[in-house]
Design a protein around this ligand. Structure first.
Ligand SMILES: Nc1ncnc2c1ncn2[C@@H]1O[C@H](COP(=O)(O)OP(=O)(O)OP(=O)(O)O)[C@@H](O)[C@H]1O
Ligand SMILES: [Mg+2]
Length: 314
């Protein structure tokens, strides 16, 4: 069964359970193929013990055109005012609702990385408002929580950028200026109060987003800065209505697909997957589950990112 199908099946099961019944074939057990499930974050905190991280830090220095010194020296420090509701790791509560699921997602990505090149991760979904930005931002935060890991978060949604709002910072200069050739790598990067988290906002709104994303400069940007980071997490527009995500995926090592619980139609999720046939689908996140109304909620806290292989592709 494909992972998207699996995630959608779980969403259907959850909906059925929330309505007082069970979807056919529902098995109340922790399936080894369970997708990462991110609950709707809110006031009801669900704490679980953290999952150990086994991956050793990537090289912490880089000797080349862009050194760590130039990264730290040239990247402006900005006073971010993060949205405390959406940015789960900025509020000092490491056991808030949803945080454990992001830790689990992190450890699955590290596990995958033992067997494949995985640094540049695109986060996408089929349709708008499914939680791409929420997932990107919190994945970047949880990755940087591990000592010494340096993470670059990029808002590559040039159409409806949102990460700068979540971080509480200016949207420009950013990716759009780099793609237009008016700013260099470091002048579009920001760092703020969370150590080792770097951010490239979307930049000023542009009318030719598809052309800009496809002009080849993003790949150059990633090649130049990637030795400086342990992870690069890229937020994107929805994959079905516009082509950007498919183009962005080609510059990445893997794709994380967000499926919104009770919302994403299965045919849309399938169509989204078809937008990047050659890229490794490294994970499917089932976002926005309502554990308050789900009898088997604890089973939904299992997270899963399957080993990328031709068989595992949807
Ligand atoms: N698990 C969650 N818990 C609480 N709020 C969430 C969750 N997932 C998403 N949200 C909120 O839902 C809204 C939409 O999420 P988000 O902006 O991440 O979606 P998106 O897929 O990036 O949308 P777009 O396609 O417009 O870029 C935001 O306000 C976000 O903070
Ligand atoms: Mg978004």
């Amino acid at each position: 069964m494909s992972r998207i199908h699996e995630a959608l099946k779980r969403a259907e099961q959850e909906r059925a359970a929330a309505q007082g019944g069970q979807a056919p074939g529902f098995a109340p057990a922790v399936a080894p193929e369970a997708p990462p499930v991110i609950p709707e974050s809110g006031e009801h905190a669900v704490a679980r013990p953290g999952s150990p991280s086994t991956f050793s830090a990537a090289a912490s220095s880089f000797s080349g055109a862009f050194s760590l010194d130039s990264l730290l020296g040239r990247t402006p420090k900005v006073d971010w005012q993060p949205d405390q509701k959406a940015m789960l790791f900025f509020n000092g509560n490491e056991s808030g609702r949803g945080t454990e699921e992001f830790r689990t997602l992190r450890s699955r990505l590290y596990h995958l990385r033992e067997n494949m090149t995985l640094k540049k991760v695109l986060v996408t979904s089929a349709l708008p408002k499914e939680g791409k930005s929420f997932t990107s931002a919190n994945l970047a935060q949880v990755l940087v929580r591990q000592h010494g890991r340096r993470v670059l978060l990029i808002d590559a949604d040039l159409r409806a950028p949102r990460l700068h709002l979540m971080l509480g910072t200016a949207p420009a200069p950013g990716l759009a200026e780099y793609l237009q050739g008016t700013s260099d790598e470091f002048s579009i990067m920001q760092r703020g109060s969370m150590e080792n988290l770097f951010f490239i906002p979307s930049g000023d709104q542009i009318s030719d987003a598809a052309e800009m994303v496809a002009n080849g400069k993003l790949k150059i940007l990633l090649q130049r800065v990637e030795p400086l980071f342990d992870w690069i997490i890229i937020d994107s527009p929805p994959a079905v209505p516009v082509s950007d995500a498919g183009v962005l995926a080609k510059a990445c090592d893997g794709v994380v697909m967000v499926v919104r619980s009770n919302a994403t139609p299965i045919d849309m999720a399938r169509r989204a997957r078809e937008e990047f046939p050659d890229q490794a689908l490294v994970g499917v996140v089932l976002n926005g589950t309502n554990t308050e109304t789900t009898p088997y909620s604890r089973y939904y806290y299992d997270a899963y990112v399957k080993q990328a292989s031709p068989e595992s592709k949807s």
